[in-house]
Design a protein around this ligand. Sequence first.
Ligand code: ATP
Length: 225
Amino acid sequence: MKNSKFAVIGLGRFGSAIARKLSERGAEVLAIDKDETKVDAIKEDVAYAITLDSTDPRNLDSQDISEMDAVVVAIGTNFQDLILTTFALMELDVERIIVRAQDPVQKRILEKIGVKEILSLEDEVSNNVAEQLLNPSVLMSIPLPDDYEIIELKAPRIICNRTLSDIGLREKYFINLITLMRKGQPDGELHILGVPEPTTTIFENDIIVIFGKSKDIDRFLEINE
Ligand code: ATP
């Protein structure tokens, strides 16, 4: 993350959280909002914090926005300003533009104007909530293209106290174990156990992270309910 330069436009809860995270990880962050109080609230945490209206391309150009590695547009409810800002960034040839959509209609409009990276928190949250209602052992799920997904779940009892080669996740269920997490001593926090080996044993209370086709993962979850 060293030497990376990012701008975040719109410092609501979402935008300010992204700006702070990037800054904590060593990136040079330019945080922008038209509301001075939002800018003041973040100025100690990022390299630069500027009050400006991002719908005017001249304002963005004055901050050398096209030099950024990526610009995140996190303007929330004001969709007109979000579109105008995105359009201005495109006109200024910003290399990577990441835009937050609030709902499916906004997402489709952004796709139509050619935005390649769209963050749809609502999609991710609703997907996770649905997944957890259907299967309470699922802690997190990331849908991937071509009907693949990554799922984090509590290790089902039936595979506990057995080695990976004995369980045969790949052979029987066509899924891969990416890694597993276990509560460690003395801090009691979950720790990643690195890249699993065929001899790795899964214990009760472990969290497993698996990858595979959604239908194979569903089958694995059903069998192990
Ligand atoms: P969150 O869910 O992240 O808290 P929100 O839904 O409350 O966001 P808004 O408050 O509508 O979202 O927008 C986020 C920020 O974007 C606000 O701080 C707002 O001042 C800023 N913003 C809106 N329009 C512009 C603009 N044209 N230029 C710069 N900042 C803008």
